[in-house]
Design a protein around this ligand. Structure first.
Ligand code: FAD
Length: 478
């Protein structure tokens, strides 16, 4: 056994250091990414149970020149949380650090450890009468550390912002194994550079988040969900404008879904009963969270939908009658990525474009792709309220998925990302860069910004021990 493994076992306890030495131990849950795009091989999976132990693990790995891949729920979509195939990297799982350290009702904050599962946090604070609004389809498995590591978005961003906007303080273990105690619950603190914002979204390349202080909100008095058929993407944008005006801060969700995306949900999960999608190119899911009561929320929603029908931007709509129906509608939206996976391999893009330019982007890019690949199927859906589209490209009906990816992935990515750049968008709206898109940054990121990012990485992690090869590629091709 190597001296490092022995040391890690002494720090964490033998049960919490897993290696391939024991043939009965299966490390695939930590080595395989969620989309099954990449399977690495770890030297060890280490699961420390406290911040002090994380710091000791980092110091020991640094002393041996061993790099570390921080991991939460391993639900990331850009190959950021798994090791490379060298067999030399340590996966540092935060899963055992899952305590809620404090809830401060008057300050409207909670302080929680990085390994807390997002859904558990939502449920814990709801019992205490509060809302933690970060919400995404992976919430049953992803952790708050991973959410902050990727600056996750999700379905409530247009009202409450990204994970970044919900975070007031962090506790972080640095690449040198020092602990930065930054768990303030302050909404104002202008004492220099805001290191919190450097760490958030850095995908484990600048430090290891061990705990965070997050904002809470009062629970809304009523939350209503509606589903509307809209005749075009332009009409969806018009509906968004009307919804902002009429619902104000009550507008907490605005998701758009293309007909083909919904047809996949209908095909693979017929029990979901997808409404209204057969006769319309797009459907929109809207959520209204009201601080008064349900009758007020319903009356606001009905007035909005009536005005939208008069303006011609909605052709038909349903408002959920109860919580079960509302959950059913959200479940349809959340099932699209899974239905898409059932249908076969596809080329995914998580992009953002200024909302006003999305209709032109979709029309032009759809046409370009259809000209290039006759019969190609486009799975468009996303958080239109944030200008964020999941613009995914599925092989023509009956085509061989792996062969399609081999032949087309690089070409399709370039075509879509060049279009994104032309429309002043971003090639990663919410999933991050990871290893998957690291080689794309030199082409699509401002050169000065990229140079500043490299300088920051060099200053904070000069030996490149934290998640090397993620976000910033070693070399800079394409
Ligand atoms: C079905 C599905 C739906 C999704 N929907 C959305 C969505 O709507 N919006 C969205 O933004 N994302 C979405 N995602 C992806 C999203 O990024 C992750 O689900 C989540 O934020 C990652 O959390 P995790 O705990 O699984 O992190 P992991 O996957 O384990 O890690 C993700 C990254 O963060 C780093 N990291 C993890 N923990 C820490 C830590 N404690 N300190 C520092 N770095 C750390 C890792 O090294 C890695 O680079 C979805 C994923 C799935 C599977």
């Amino acid at each position: 056994m190597s001296a490092l493994i022995e040391r890690l076992r002494a720090i964490c306890g033998p049960a919490h250091v897993l290696t391939h030495d024991d043939p009965a131990t299966d490390l695939s849950a930590w080595e395989q990414d969620w989309r099954k795009r990449s399977r690495g091989r770890a030297l060890a999976v280490v699961r420390p149970g406290s911040t002090a132990k994380v710091a000791d693990v980092v110091k020991s790995c640094a002393a041996h020149g061993t790099s570390i891949v921080p991991q939460g729920g391993n639900t990331g979509l850009v190959v950021g949380s798994v090791p490379d195939d060298s067999g030399t990297q340590v996966v540092l799982s935060l899963a055992r650090m899952n305590a809620v350290r404090a809830i401060d009702p008057d300050n409207l904050t909670m302080t929680v450890e990085a390994g807390c599962i997002l859904q558990n946090l939502q449920e814990t604070v709801e019992k205490a009468g509060f809302l933690f609004p970060l919400s995404l389809a992976a919430e049953g498995s992803c952790t708050i550390g991973g959410n902050l590591g990727t600056n996750a978005g999700g379905t409530q961003v247009l009202r409450y912002g990204n994970a970044r906007d919900l975070c007031l303080g962090l506790e972080v273990v640095t690449a040198q194994g020092e602990v930065w105690h930054g768990l303030t619950g302050l909404r104002k603190d202008n004492t220099g550079y805001d290191l919190r914002h450097l760490m958030i979204g850095s995908e484990g390349t600048l430090g290891i988040i061990t705990a965070a202080t997050m904002k809470l909100y009062p629970l809304p008095a009523a939350t209503l969900t509606a589903w509307a058929a809209v005749p075009s993407m332009q009409a969806a944008v018009q509906l968004l404008g009307l919804a902002h005006t009429r619902l104000g801060p009550g507008l907490t969700g605005f998701e758009v879904m293309g007909q083909f995306a919904l047809s996949l949900a209908d095909k693979h999960y017929p029990q979901l009963r997808v409404p209204l999608f057969k006769e319309t190119p797009w459907c929109v899911l809207l959520e209204n969270s009201d601080s008064e009561n349900e009758a007020h929320a319903r009356q606001q929603f009905e007035a909005l939908l009536e005005a939208a029908m008069e303006a011609g931007c909605v052709t038909d709509a349903v408002v959920a009658e109860n919580i079960a129906q509302a959950r059913g509608l959200w479940h349809i939206r959340e099932s699209i990525p899974l239905a898409q996976a059932e249908e076969g391999l596809n080329i995914k893009h998580d992009i953002s474009i200024p909302v006003s330019r999305i209709p032109a982007f979709v029309a032009e890019t759809d046409a370009l792709l259809q000209r290039e690949i006759p019969g190609v199927r486009l799975v468009d859906f996303g958080h239109l309220g944030d200008g964020n589209l999941h613009y995914n490209v599925q092989a023509p009906e009956g085509a061989d998925g792996p062969a399609f990816l081999r032949e087309w992935e690089a070409r399709v990515n370039t075509l879509v990302f060049d279009q994104v750049a032309r429309f002043d968008g971003s090639i990663s709206a919410e999933h991050g860069v990871g290893e998957l898109k690291a080689h794309k940054l030199p082409r699509y990121k401002d050169a000065t910004a990229l140079a500043m990012m490299r300088a920051i990485k060099q200053a904070l992690d000069p030996h490149n021990l934290l998640n090397p090869g993620k976000v910033l590629a070693a070399s800079a091709p394409s």
